[in-house]
Design a protein. Structure first.
Length: 392
């Protein structure tokens, strides 16, 4: 199974996980690229059926990038990414470059407990991770960090890590996106009432030896999110967060201190949310408009382009501090689409994306494709007028 760099407006895709005849479905993709090894590691949830409650475990594939092509291995079940009598969901990988360790965070929920039951009774979700010292060939036993989250949110109803990739900042700090449902108050002192969701992140300042919980976004109700590091011309580092919302627009936030509250939070000027809300992916990278310019930090973002979750698009922003700086989207896939995750190959400005898609629904397959920054910039400019009208 191979994937190649796009040579047309809509890139060629490789089906990594697809709907099986017995109804087995794959959802919620995550992707990490290990640059030194030229290796992609793709993750997904395996479901008995489509619904969230039907998730069983996590699977993965490794792909090896060579001269514009990716050669993929077969599907592997992540047996160690599990807890007894629980279903496993929300894969969230991050690679620590100094010690060459691949971390995979995930949630485990007792098989007999639904999310709605947690909203009535309180949290039963566990936060766990496994790690690999050989780029995903073998994995450790799971480590449970649930108490860390429970202490950070005393009125915790339930929470999720990811889904999608985490990041390592230039300082070496590791950051993983997450969100929590927190009760406004407790009925009869024990039952959660009027829960609201808040995006936050989990971080490590010692290469993954210890982990901590950040402050959450307070200004708006937010849920699934992703984060990226923005570095200004003078070297100042900021954490950018792009979050799913309950409104018509995505929520964008900027923070200057790891672990502290986001100082700047606003409804996106350009990025819209779907009717029911959908996860989106974001990454930062060094880009330049002209060959003779010094590179600066840009953002790339993926999400369905229409309110009814059609036509997966990729946007770029050459001024990440400005919400108005987003381009119109370059269409990666035409048709039903859902969750996605981006990665940067860095040389030569090649990007990768893994995403839910299909001909009738977005749950038919999880596909992968490669594309270039040039593709995104050229096609976004061509379609500016048309896509600007889609959301009116």
């Amino acid at each position: 199974m191979t994937s190649s760099v796009a040579t047309s407006a809509v890139p060629e895709r490789t089906k990594l996980f697809k709907l099986e005849l017995d109804g087995i479905t794959y959802r919620i993709p995550a992707l990490v690229y290990i640059e030194t090894e030229k290796t992609f590691v793709a993750f997904a949830e395996r479901h008995r059926k489509v619904k969230d409650k039907d998730v069983t475990d996590l699977v993965m594939k490794r792909g090896f990038y060579r001269n514009g092509y990716v050669e993929w291995e077969g599907t592997q079940t992540l047996h160690h990414a599990a807890m007894k009598d629980c279903r496993t969901k929300n894969p969230c990988p991050v690679y620590e470059d100094s010690y060459k360790v691949l971390f995979l965070f995930f949630n485990c929920i007792p098989n007999k407990i639904s999310e709605n039951q947690q909203k009535c009774r309180g949290n039963s979700t566990q936060l766990c991770y496994v790690y690999s010292n050989d780029y995903g060939v073998t994995w450790s036993l799971p480590i449970d960090l649930t108490n860390m989250v429970s202490k950070a949110f005393p009125k915790l109803v339930t929470f999720s890590v990811g889904p999608g990739h985490g990041i390592q900042m230039q300082s070496g700090k590791l950051i993983l996106p997450a969100y929590a449902h927190v009760a406004k108050y407790m009925c009869l002192c024990i039952f959660p009432c009027y829960a609201q969701s808040r995006s936050f992140y989990i971080f490590s300042e010692d290469c993954g030896k210890t982990w901590h919980v950040s402050k959450g976004i307070q200004k708006f109700e937010t849920s699934e999110c992703q984060v990226a590091e923005i570095v200004s011309k003078d070297g100042e580092s900021m954490i950018y967060c792009n979050a799913r919302s309950t409104g018509k627009s995505r929520i964008e936030a900027l923070g200057q201190v790891v672990g502290a509250e986001f100082q700047y939070v606003e409804k996106s000027k350009k990025l819209k949310e779907t009717n029911t809300g959908c996860h989106g992916s974001v990454i930062s990278f060094l880009g330049k408009e002209k060959p003779n310019q010094d590179p600066k930090c840009w953002l790339l973002y993926s999400h369905p382009t229409t309110k009814d979750q059609q036509d997966l698009g990729v946007w770029f922003n050459i001024s990440p501090e400005r919400s108005k700086g987003w381009s119109t989207p370059h269409i990666i896939y035409q048709g039903p689409s859902g969750y996605s995750d981006l990665a940067h190959c860095k040389d030569p400005d090649i990007f990768a994306i893994i995403f839910e898609c299909g001909s009738q629904t977005e749950y038919e397959e999880i596909s992968f494709c490669l594309f270039t920054l040039k593709d995104v910039m050229e096609n976004a400019k061509k379609k500016k007028g048309f896509f600007a009208r889609l959301w009116k």
